[in-house]
Design a binder for this molecule. Sequence first.
Ligand SMILES: [Zn+2]
Length: 329
Amino acid sequence: MFQDLHIFDVHAHFPIKGDPSQGGSLRTRETGRIDNPAAQERQKFRQEQLERTRHQWRMAFDFPEPETGEHSSEEQADRWVAELDKYGLERIGFVTGRDNDELSRVVQMYPDRFVGFAHHDITRPDAAEELERAVTKLGLKGLKQLAPAMPKIINDRSLYPVWEVCERLGIPALIHFGMLGAAGGVSYHPNISPAVLEPVARDFPTVDFIIPHFGIQHVTDLLFLCWSCPNVHVDTSGSNQWVRWMPYKLTLDDLFQRFFETVGPERILFGSDSSWFPRGFALRYLQDQLRICRFMGMTHDQLQLIFGGNAARLLNVPLGDIDAKKSEA
Ligand SMILES: [Zn+2]
């Protein structure tokens, strides 16, 4: 347990070297044809720019530099379970991990601690079948998408077979909207605001949609989407440093207060967006968020929903059994 709570971190990334799903912030229209010197020069410039802003961000949060060495999935899984044990966390959801087969392999190493999300291009012609395979054959329990990286508007009817699979199998979809990546990343895209999800959320009322990072710069659109569709939830993950670029003063405390009073404790899910070592689990995000919620005067039951219970319900896994086993031992 962490303090008096069973914690389920719903949003983390399994760190695998060369994972294409991690490159979102450097994606450009040139990607795929950067074989000429000018394009390579541009890419190098972007990379350096990105490194600078990431360094500043790490300094602000006092996070160490990410390691550069190679590690096998087995080693990374062992390291992640050691992190969970170190802090008393019960479960963690990995929303990416190279591809569905590899992430499934990872989750099966610690099936009572890890939960995996399917993450593949849902504009692929076989996307619905792949999602079905990822859930029924590979044991993944949700779908993860990065909306501002998709080549199509997310409410396009051609994608409906994918939502039909979510509906039929009872799995949630965690979909990132808003700016993507560190500074220098994507802030303009037809799918940048969660408002574009409304037709889908309305047409599939039994599918639970989770929008991470409080919707980032489209926090207003997300609040209205939540008002419109009770099947839309939010996750709290990441540094949430985006509040700095809002035109009015907004803090993490404000976000928790506004969402708590509008959507209640059952539609807010704790996440950390942890991935790389040596940082491992981003403990300070949990500490900051828990402090805010405790100072808001939430009851133990409300805290338990936000920091674990909601994720366990949406992803259909038990919570509390691991902590119980540990305390027996
Ligand atoms: Zn993430």
